[in-house]
Design a protein around this ligand. Sequence first.
Ligand code: FAD
Length: 398
Amino acid sequence: MRYTDIAIIGGGLAGSTAAAMLGRAGIPAILIDPHTTYPPDLRCEKLGGTQLETLRKTGLADETLRATTIDGEVWEARFGYVVTKKPSDQHGVMYDTLVNTMRAQIPSSVETLYTKVVEVATSDERQRVVLADGETISARLIVLANGLSISLRHLLGLGRRIISECHSVTLGFDVVPVDRPTLPFPALTYWPKRSTDRMAYLTLFPIGNTMRANMMVYRPMDDIWFREFRENPEATMRAMMPGLDRMTGGFKVSGPIKIRPADLYVTENYRQAGVVLVGDAFATSCPAAGTGTDKVFTDVERLCNVHIPNWLATEGMDRIKIDMFYDDPVKTECDAWSTAKAWHLRSLSIDNGPTWRARRWARFIGRLAQGMMGLKNKPETRIPASLPRQESHEGRIA
Ligand SMILES: Cc1cc2nc3c(=O)[nH]c(=O)nc-3n(C[C@H](O)[C@H](O)[C@H](O)COP(=O)(O)OP(=O)(O)OC[C@H]3O[C@@H](n4cnc5c(N)ncnc54)[C@H](O)[C@@H]3O)c2cc1C
């Protein structure tokens, strides 16, 4: 049997960040994940705004951000016209690169075991983790960072309550210009014309020399629209966004089109001795609202900077200790904001009631005014060093 203080189950963004932070703090930890290298996966593909602030608090920002591409400026368009061009701090990065860059920062003092956890048992004192090869780990605390996986939940009596099935669907693909070397903007966010298009926005942003596209829609997965998109993505986009060509010039979609739905769910019965849930293992977020990484970094930052060092200072790992993490005001505020944003953006995009129609127009006029002010004040325009959560988030989701 191996002994450690912290057994981290899952080496995605949350688990890898936790392993790197704990290792740097000199806290004995073991990370367990089946993949030696995190595989390509359609997930978060850019970081910005408040995510950067929280990432900085983990002490891992510099190396992580070196693997990203900053856009510097984003054009925002509606009705086929650019309504504003504004400074932007969005850092594009494919999810596997992000996780693998985080993993590269895990000190050698943290052992990583490339296998699956198949069994867990928890108590007020020590926790037991059994690996697929039969080996057992004894730890003071389990950090459950196994994302969307349901495999260990029944062993801990954890429930999963879906609060919105297929809340939004993300399409991820590359875009290349036709008849010119580059697209004419550093990054572009395009809002749809009609709420009946059931679309939140299209965002085009650089990752290395590639122009990456994320398109966020609210449609059931059996909607024939997805087949049409796969068969002729350019025509489907033009039909939805007449005037897009005015910004992009000729373009085509290159490489595979990845399409992925996201459910909003919360975990039930999570307040237990000996184990804490972080990231998607605790609750999911809406990709269109772009708050998943805020939740991951907030969970892990609070856990590793504040709670774990306090808990390890005294004997035992009872529920009273664990509750401190779930009741942490920074975490609860972030979770509540993430959920509210998911519903707000959905209504703002597709609800047709008079209030939401008015809000859509107010947003459009606000952005137009912002754009005109920006033109007037162009020489003074700067990227703010830190943005309030609401403002930066609006920037990210358009
Ligand atoms: C399509 C899509 C688009 C998104 N876009 C955005 C965005 O634009 N902005 C944003 O902020 N967020 C976005 N998100 C959300 C964000 O990507 C997630 O919140 C984040 O990736 C969650 O990280 P995690 O570490 O919790 O889970 P994961 O990265 O899924 O990691 C889970 C890990 O657990 C491991 N594991 C599972 N079972 C076991 C086991 N039994 N034993 C050992 N290991 C195990 C897996 O191998 C995996 O490595 C998006 C999500 C989706 C689905």
